[in-house]
Design a binder for this molecule. Sequence first.
Ligand code: GLN
Length: 557
Amino acid sequence: MPTEQTGYDPSLGRKFVFVTGGVMSGLGKGITAASTGRLLANAGFDVTAVKIDPYLNVDAGTMNPFQHGEVYVLKDGGEVDLDLGNYERFLGVDMTSDHNVTTGKAYQHVIERERAGDYLGRTVQVIPHVTNDIKRRIREAAEGSDVCLVEIGGTVGDIEGMPYLEALRQFAHEEDDEDILFTHVTLVPYSKNGEQKTKPTQHSVKELRSIGLQPDVLVGRCEDELDDATKEKIALFCDVPTEAVFSNPDVEDIYHVPLTVEEEGLDRHVMERLGLGEEALPTAERENTWRELVTRERTGEVDVALVGKYDLEDAYMSVHEALKHAGLEHGVDVNVVWVDADEADGAHRERLESADGVVVPGGFGSRGTEGKVEAVRYARERDVPFLGLCLGFQMAVVEHARNVLDWKDADSAEFEPETPYPVIDLLPDQHEEVDMGGTMRLGAHETSIEPGTLAERVYGDTACTERHRHRYEVNPDYIDELETAGLVFSGSAGPRMEILERDDHPYFVGTQFHPEFRSRPDRASPPFVGLLSAVLDATDPRGGADGTVADEEEVTA
Ligand code: GLN
């Protein structure tokens, strides 16, 4: 049984790989960890991950994607850091909100318990109460897996990170040495005369050791592989064996990192060190799909315009990845052509017109919405394959109302509350809830799909379950009138319209949900695969530009 003193339950015997970062953030420690996890999964282990975000926000739901990158949505509706998206894509697992630990969550829980009198009059402190809560969360998230990767966001030495490093120090004492491994990812820069410099690494390891943590493995992020001399120097100064120092050189595509990690032998080292070597599948029997997929020969390339707000490309990470996955499925490279929505009818018009397909992604706030409507209009009128996601779906409805039905001032009530045609609005029973603060429709919900529609061909089914993050809906009062002159709602969930398509266009699909969050390298998202089928069909010089989705087999993934 766990005790209040340590929060430790020794009956839960799993392996933990802790990943900290040094020198600077944004080094890709999440990708390094996820890649190692992919290889452990290939070797037959159940792998999961926990991302720790040392900020005070309870979750990422309220965070600005143009400062922090996309808000990733989990099956259970959790709004989390985009790193969880990488873990889901690399490990091929579905996670829950419990896999994103934040300082906000830990403190909120401890304070609630304090108010409820759970601490029986004791002084409530960071150590042990907050640190115990952190350890409990890590252990609970790891339940049911063989190996749990735990990534601590930020850089060693950050004030916000201190309670976590202290929690890990305690954790290390509570578990067997063989069950935990500390990996530290740092930067190895080049000096002007081309020498690999180890001083930043030495300093950050010194910082770790001053907190009582000794890394077992060091990974040097560098433009190139680390020289033997560099590895030896790091080993000597940081007190690890040379075999425990690994390179993680820059690669063109993050999906190649598992291949580099494997070449370096990092996965083998981790398995041996955690005593998993014997249980691992022999190399010949390991799962190989990842390697086959990411090294598959590409027969061409296509350009897809992504019409968004371009303050930060990471704000559209999952859409970008989903396009890549659809490309893997079709054996082509997808170049994303970034089109600033504000410039869709101006400076970026040429970029929009240069692309073979158009994606209008999700978003909040009115900035850029007029440009998005213009991009929809362009795709509709010119028969360019189109996919609208969430706000993109809503803008497709607005565009149809304004330009096809001639309801000139039609709009979403989110942007123009006084519009005479609120074709996108809150559902009647939502109005009251909005005043109370929370109404976002989040997470996985089922959509029924009309038989005989493009949506049915794309999904190869009459239902799909996809993740949501929105507040506004197609206004039920207008559905009948909207469904004239080409527009068809082919997917719905009760009163909510979920998928639209046009019967006067080669591939015009909009989804109120976000299919990009379920897309994986080996399980590309059907609407994205369908988009690329149509693009390839239209650009195939041997003909086939008959305006239909290429081949049902191809689009059902
Ligand atoms: N702002 C829109 C809504 O709340 C769309 C949300 C989104 O694109 N994720 O309904």
